[in-house]
Design a protein around this ligand. Structure first.
Ligand code: ZN
Ligand code: ZN
Ligand code: ZN
Length: 360
């Protein structure tokens, strides 16, 4: 954590930010190791460009902060004290203060009131910059999460079949996400038949029919705080509409080409185009209406976004999804999604179950 703070301080100097105030959020966990709950009493990490960090916590949370292994100075505020007055004392000489992206508006206004001469700015991009490149232990944690979600996909035959509702199948999947090594279920999408055409459909009471294609997109968070996210396409029964099989084949071609293309030196928008061009050439351009992917780490969606318009270059250590999809409203849809870590030699997939259409 000390080196992360040092890196943050370096970026703060570059961006002309004198201090960062980070309230409970993945950013706080990243910088301090403390996964503080977002409670009404203010907890905030204060990072000054030229001084040691201070973690400000309500008195009754001091023990919890220490138990989380916080190695910085901890300053506590008593129940009847004003924490914003304390912030004003600590940061009286700061001209520009960056706050984390998730800070409650009520707190932001209270800080502004306590420090009327100071200009407040969004500081999240500084921390996002650091979080985007994973350290080896973060890659290990993401690898562990990826293997855990793969084990759930490998067990899909236990639950997914015609005659059951999406909700029933989803409940079984959610239990397995925990059983296979996550601390938390983040989302379970079981999108059968026409529901597959909605990328963020979750589950419904629709009964899965024989021959239905089913998009299953699932993810959780492991003990270390890192997320998994993988999508596969199943068929309930031995046969599927040949048009669906053809659509899935196009998608697999696109995702395969993107996997091969992902490496340092390609930009996010170039990587997006590699898949989009193949899907467009097959006549499905308008049916791939979302970006190719998103970064992943302490959050399921974070930088870098693999999207048209982003000239960000991929670099070793970046972790992100490649998840092209094709959606035909009223009929069906498909998406193939894996998480990759960029290395010097290309992208390593953290998800390794078969990407073929699977008949259950
Ligand atoms: Zn999504
Ligand atoms: Zn995703
Ligand atoms: Zn997903």
């Amino acid at each position: 954590m000390t080196s992360r703070i040092a890196q943050a301080q370096e970026l703060m100097s570059i961006h002309g930010v004198d201090a960062l105030i980070v309230s409970p959020s993945p950013d706080l966990r990243y910088l301090s190791g403390y996964a503080a709950l977002p409670l009404e009493r203010l907890t905030a990490l204060i990072v000054r460009a030229e001084d040691d960090p201070v973690l400000m916590v309500p008195e009754l949370e001091v023990a919890a902060a220490r138990a989380a292994g916080v190695s910085f100075e901890i300053t506590s505020w008593a129940e009847t004290e004003d924490p914003f007055a304390l912030i004003a004392t600590l940061l009286s000489d700061a001209d520009v203060i960056g706050v984390d992206d998730r800070m409650w508006a009520s707190r932001l206004f209270a800080i502004q009131e306590a420090l009327p001469e100071t200009s407040l700015t969004v500081g999240g991009s500084i921390i996002a910059e650091l979080r985007m490149t994973k350290e080896p232990e973060e890659v290990a944690a993401l690898t562990d999460a990826g293997a855990a979600i793969d084990r759930v996909h490998d067990r899909m035959h236990e639950w997914l079949r015609a005659g059951r509702t999406e909700r029933e199948v989803g409940a079984d999947i959610a239990r397995a996400i925990l059983d296979e090594g996550h601390d938390q279920v983040d989302f379970v999408i079981v999108a059968s038949g026409p529901n597959g055409a909605s990328p963020h459909h979750e589950v419904s009471d629709r009964v899965i029919e024989v021959g239905d294609p089913v998009v299953v997109d699932i993810g959780g968070t492991n003990k270390a705080g890192y997320c998994s996210d993988s999508t596969r396409n199943y068929v309930a029964g031995p046969e599927v509409d040949p048009e669906y099989a053809a659509l899935h084949a196009v998608l697999l071609d696109a995702q395969t080409a993107q996997r091969a293309a992902a490496r340092p030196g390609i930009s996010a928008e170039q990587l997006d185009a590699v898949g989009r061009d193949i899907i467009e050439a097959a006549g499905f351009g308008p049916n791939f209406m979302h970006r190719t992917g998103h970064g992943i780490g302490l959050e399921t969606h974070e930088e870098p976004y693999i999207v048209s318009g982003s000239v960000r270059m991929l670099k070793p250590g970046m972790a992100f999804s490649i998840e092209p999809g094709i959606y035909l409203p009223g009929r069906f849809g498909a998406r193939i999604e894996d998480i990759f870590v960029c290395t010097d030699d290309g992208a390593v997939s953290l998800n390794n179950t078969s990407r073929e259409l699977r008949f259950l």
